[in-house]
Design a protein around this ligand. Sequence first.
Ligand code: ADP
Length: 457
Amino acid sequence: MDAKEITDALATVKDSYFNKDIITLGYVKGMTIGSDTLRFSLRLPAPLMPNHDELAQKCQEALKDVADIGKVEIKKDWQVQRLPSLNAPNTPNSLKGVKNIIAIASGKGGVGKSTVTVCIAEAFANAGAKVGILDIDVYGPSIPNMVGLGDHQLGGSQQGVLEPVEAHGMKIMSMGFLANKDTPVVWRGPIASQLVQQFLGGVDWGELDYLFVDMPPGTGDIQLTLSQAVPLTGAVIVTTPQEVAHTIAEKGLRMFQQVKIPILGIIENMAGFTPPGSDEIYHIFGEGGGSSAAEEFDLPLLGKISIKQELREAMDTGKFVDDDNIKAIASLIAVEAMAVVTNEELSPFAPQEMNLANNGQTLIIKWQDNVEHVISAFNVRYMCPCAHCVDEITGVKLIKEEDIPANVRIIESAPVGRYGVRFSFDDPSPGAGAGIFTFSLLRKMGEEAVEKASFDV
Ligand code: ADP
């Protein structure tokens, strides 16, 4: 058995989902060539990948023609890959162990978005993945009830860090933990947005393969806050089959497209009802809305879930649901999510490291290409692109150098999506810290600082 011949044979096996061969994709791990046995692991990038068995079978077939091939033992395992842009230095510390964040969204309430979130998350947890659910449905945080945590209330945090609650083998955090049955609270506007930030940055999520976010229905501030706060692997849209739900779901689709979040696909929920003892399907909520939306937007229809009494009862009593159809939907989500992960490279503009020195008066950025830039906080402050500092229409600079204290300091930085950062300065003038500094703007400033320094010499 010759190693090169073996690798060449395996390189003919293609993963049709990613349209690349399994050697290029790095699936073949830990190969040992014994005197009469070849052993290796076929490590896929997610659990529940629907083609795991098929790929193992294809490897066996491809290896048949290798000279002196003996017994071939293939161990099937998986390891979830991390979305590259989560590796950016401005990802909150609490998400340092999180590999993928997936939003579950819908155009309107009551379509079963939370039900789908719980069922899908459970399917992944059951397959061995480390899973969390963040419920930020401000209008009706229903996740706690669905996982048997209806009476849970958030205790005090330790040093500002909140612990998620364990249920059904998953880590749960919900806006519902902040209210109780007698005094439900609907969080709105800036407070809701602040809570979202806190749930992402202030919750000890630990190691997670997938963090599913149950979004509020519709399109609004919360969606925008989430999309700007962290890079998402993608969003899944839940809709019911009737035409109007489909039209509303479209709005959600367009919103995610606008904020450049990949849409992993559409799930049609409440698709028909078959009464016990009958073969007939009753289309109570109409037919085909999910399929037609998927077709129109050229998105995968991840699956259909019919109306099931067991599902409603399981959700009402916080019981675990084991359902092959839901597993199949989860496996398509795994495929779509990994397609995003393997295609995404960390933005070339995202820095490797960003540090403050000199008591916040100096910003040091190390870029992907190892170039390092040192920029004074004064210069960063002067270049603030917010509406107080630059006229939005004419582009004329409104802030003057003499308005800024010479020893101005950067006191905080917060990530903005996958493309930039927001700084807070200790300068009291209006607009201090309001501007978003894109990585490309910071790179340009760094290059100009270098040029200026060499000119001064
Ligand atoms: P949303 O999050 O979109 O507001 P929910 O997930 O809270 O919707 O679902 C609303 C109600 O419909 C819940 O009582 C839930 O148990 C029920 N439900 C959702 N999907 C199904 C289904 N496929 N079969 C039966 N009941 C369902």
